[in-house]
Design a protein around this ligand. Structure first.
Ligand SMILES: Nc1ncnc2c1ncn2[C@@H]1O[C@H](COP(=O)(O)OP(=O)(O)OP(=O)(O)O)[C@@H](O)[C@H]1O
Length: 319
């Protein structure tokens, strides 16, 4: 089956993975990835990201549910899927005595329609390192070599398990640029990452896994919009919180006072900010340090992953 703009290149339905007959690492997840889309799987350590990606790569059989990649079962129909996909595992293993160029050449020998070795190395910024032995590469350079190998066969679907772990800021940006270019030329990319900035900037859509289940999914904007915005300011001299308009009227769902600093959370940021500013104008006072900001993906993630302080959680849960 050929891919088209309208097809779901990856389809995951009620997917489960059980280890040792009892530990359920993936507990019935459903999502899809469209053609030429970058989809990020986020989650805390042990959330089930790698366990899921391995099923998509056809490295194991699901304990339940269904996976389709390019319309095929990646495990049972490996021969149909594997040549059209590129895989970058969390830890690639290379013979350390070979040079970078030899490694890619060896790999190219087993890949049909492989890119020229130089092109693959240029793509990942290793063009000048072809003669260096793999054992002499830095951790970040090894990740780039991993990526070069994943790209060798001009894959239609690319699986990247933590592609930028160990890369410095520049290397990370280079990889993001490359992923964007691949997406723009029709490659579908599924990646896992611990960097929320990476998911926010790179992913068209994402899913946050928590304890084997999808806790939130959508575009980065949709996922962050589910979280309340934050407004903070200093209480003017000689005023107390009770002097402000009623927090309920302002649409505030949680509040915290720390010395003279007031922090409010709201899903109706315009209403709350307007109410506060009108009140300040009428009272003839200045709201020093006024800061209004939407929730970040990081906040959404931390809240979903259950790591926020109990008080903050209670505040918002009380809505
Ligand atoms: N082969 C295995 N046998 C038993 N349990 C396993 C096995 N592989 C993974 N697990 C467990 O399954 C759960 C999910 O692991 P997985 O590696 O999929 O998480 P992850 O989201 O990729 O984590 P990380 O971010 O740390 O890479 C963890 O509790 C892990 O200990």
């Amino acid at each position: 089956m050929d891919t088209s703009e309208h097809e779901h290149v990856i389809e995951v339905t009620d997917l489960r993975r059980v280890y040792g007959g009892e530990f359920e690492a993936v507990r019935g997840i459903t999502f899809h990835v469209k053609h030429a889309e970058v989809f990020a799987l986020l989650g805390t350590n042990g959330a089930g990201k790698t366990s899921t990606v391995e099923l998509l790569e056809g490295l194991a059989v699901p304990s339940g549910g269904r996976v389709r990649v390019l319309g095929h079962d990646p495990y049972a129909e490996r021969a149909a899927v594997r040549p059209r996909t590129g895989v970058m595992l969390q830890e690639g293993g290379f013979p350390s005595e070979l040079t970078v160029g030899e490694t890619v050449r060896m790999w190219a020998g087993c890949t049909s329609g492989a890119r020229p070795v130089d092109e693959a190395l240029e793509l990942v910024g290793l063009g000048r390192r072809a003669g260096v032995r793999v054992k002499q590469l830095s951790g970040g350079e090894r990740r780039r070599l991993d990526l070069a190998l994943a790209l060798l066969g001009r894959p239609e679907v690319l699986f990247l398990d933590e592609p930028t772990t160990g890369l410095d800021a520049e290397g990370r940006r280079d990889t993001w640029d490359l992923v964007r270019r691949l997406r723009d030329t029709g490659t579908t990319v599924l990646l896992t990452t611990h960097y929320l900035e990476e998911a926010e900037g790179l992913a068209d859509r994402l899913a946050i896994l928590h304890e084997g289940r999808i806790a939130a999914a959508g575009t980065p904007a949709e996922v962050t919009a589910s979280q309340p915005a934050r407004i903070s300011f200093e209480l003017p001299e000689s005023y107390v919180l009770g002097d402000l308009p009623s927090l309920g009227e302002l649409g505030i769902v949680a509040h915290e006072v720390d010395g003279r600093v007031v922090r409010l959370r709201t899903h109706e940021v315009q209403r709350a900010a307007t109410g506060l500013l009108l009140w300040a104008r009428d009272a003839g006072v200045e709201l020093r340090g006024l800061d209004v900001r939407s929730a970040s993906l990081e906040e959404a993630f931390l809240r979903i992953a259950g790591r926020m302080s109990a008080t903050e959680k209670e505040g918002v849960a009380a809505v």
